[in-house]
Design a protein around this ligand. Structure first.
Ligand SMILES: Nc1ncnc2c1ncn2[C@@H]1O[C@H](COP(=O)(O)OP(=O)(O)OP(=O)(O)O)[C@@H](O)[C@H]1O
Ligand SMILES: [Mg+2]
Length: 458
């Protein structure tokens, strides 16, 4: 492959590619990194890296470090200012570049994380604004859910709620498991508001949302200079002091960070990234996962030692399809709640709609039900009818099912269809007569002997 076509290919990448020679002068710079840093590639070619990016130094530039050490740097995050003064955060893979065994420079492949970082900083900021202690313990109108908000008449759920209440005040870690939308966050908040920590902060962090290198700084905090652009900032563990931290989707956290988390939990102390000082923390840890934990452990996504540390108590929330008794109750609950929100009167629910809801298998669980009810509420007048269901549920309405079984029959030959019809008529007659053959025969208009003969053949 000649140089021109290679350069064309590199220009098409979403990742930034930057190559420097032994003196740190740019010899290749693709379009993606130009977009990221707001620079025309032609302007930077031949320029010295450190002169063009004054916020970087020989110590903090990943390309310079690789030129000096000749060792690759993998997945290192770097924050610096572009020549236009915009703050950029990237995650870089940087390698020494050899030609025929001789070092000639270094190259770097970068992914722009500036947007993710801005969002995560906003999250930290919002969390700290939210975190002033609650004025009243779990009072109505509180920002957080309480056990009273959990609507259920399922025996299994009621028992779990009792179990969670008993655990609430002990301060032990709790792992809440269950499919998406089963109410894990609700239970976590309820444990917090029911506990003696209710006046303290409640902070939730989703572990799947951020790459490991950023999540670490967010959880444990950073000190100025721990990496380029890092500022003095407490982590969420420090912010949750005296309260509760919820680690959502813990199985998505990288294994290295899981090991660090385990150490923090065991020692009850946290150290900001790049700091030498440790702080004693008093934080209750709750965690959730929507994957079966035994599978996550078998597949190596959760470290067993961390799992045993967090899973002092497990609250496994059953999927909605296993709590049939809750479907109608929750549907009415959401109708009432959402009618209030949308300032509408509460419609009645058509029986066919209820039947359809009970037959559905609810992959999105309670959240899916709440959305369906909201859709029905805003589109229906006085009755929430079949037409107000989303399309994917309308095909499951009972009348349609009869239709489809007729369609199945029509695929059969005439003798096969007649046979199937005969079987179902005989079954219906026997059902009605509660197994009494004489009565069933009478109802079918045939002799007892003929019915017995048919039954033997069936
Ligand atoms: N038993 C319940 N009673 C009332 N509302 C419920 C119940 N269970 C869940 N909800 C509602 O359903 C929605 C989803 O609940 P929640 O966010 O707690 O689920 P989750 O298990 O954390 O889901 P995910 O795994 O997707 O994060 C929320 O709006 C919550 O208020
Ligand atoms: Mg959740």
């Amino acid at each position: 492959m000649d140089d021109v076509s290679l350069a064309t290919i590199l220009d098409e990448l979403d990742e930034g590619v930057h190559v420097v020679d032994l003196q740190g002068n740019t010899i290749y710079y693709n379009k993606a990194i130009g977009r990221m840093e707001g620079i025309e590639p032609k302007d930077v070619l031949g320029q010295s890296l450190l002169r063009y990016f004054p916020s970087l130094s020989k110590e903090t530039s990943t390309l310079w470090q690789v030129l000096q050490t000749h060792k690759p740097l993998v997945q290192v995050s770097q924050t610096y200012l572009s020549p236009r003064g915009e703050k950029i955060t990237s995650v870089n893979n940087t390698y020494p570049l050899y030609i025929e065994g001789e070092l000639v420079g270094a190259f770097e492949v970068s992914k722009d994380l500036s947007r993710v970082v801005r969002l995560s900083e906003q999250v930290v900021q919002l969390q700290s604004e939210l975190h002033p202690p609650l004025p009243h313990k779990a009072s109505k109108g509180s920002l957080f859910y309480t056990f009273k908000d959990i609507v259920t008449q399922s025996k299994a759920m009621l028992e779990l709620v009792e179990k969670a209440k008993r655990a609430a005040n002990t301060g032990v870690s709790v792992l809440i498991t269950g499919e998406t939308g089963t109410g894990k966050e609700m239970v976590a908040q309820s444990i917090h508001t029911y506990s003696s920590r209710a006046r303290g902060p409640f902070i939730a962090q989703n572990c799947a949302a951020l790459p490991e290198s950023l999540l670490e700084g967010i959880l444990f905090g950073t000190v100025r200079g721990s990496f380029t652009g890092a500022i003095d900032r407490p982590g969420l563990f420090e912010q949750a002091q005296g309260g509760t931290i919820l680690l959502d989707e813990i199985d998505s956290m990288g294994l290295n960070l899981q090991a660090k988390l385990l150490r923090v939990l065991q020692e009850g102390r946290v150290r900001r990234l790049g700091d030498v000082r440790e702080k004693v923390i008093d934080v209750r840890v709750l965690a959730t996962t929507n994957q079966p934990t035994d599978e996550s452990i078998r597949q190596g996504r959760i470290r067993p030692d961390l799992y045993y540390r967090i899973n002092v108590l497990e609250i496994p929330l059953p999927p909605l399809k296993e709590r049939q008794e809750d479907i109608e109750l929750l549907a009415h609950h959401f109708l009432k709640q959402l009618a209030h929100k949308h300032q509408r009167s509460i419609p009645t629910i058509n029986p066919d709609v209820l039947l359809t809801l009970k037959k559905h298998d609810w992959p999105g669980n309670v959240r899916e039900l709440a959305h369906i009810v909201e859709g029905g509420l805003v589109t229906s007048d006085q009755v929430f009818g079949v037409n107000e269901l989303p399309n994917y549920l309308q095909t499951k309405v009972p009348a349609h099912e009869q239709q489809s079984s007729r369609e199945e029959i029509s695929d059969l030959t005439l003798p096969e269809s007649l046979h199937q019809l005969e079987v179902s008529l005989i079954q219906a007659a026997l059902g009605k007569s509660q197994g009494n053959i004489t009565q069933a025969a009478k109802q079918l208009g045939i002799s007892r002997q003929l019915l017995q003969y048919k039954l033997r053949n069936l």
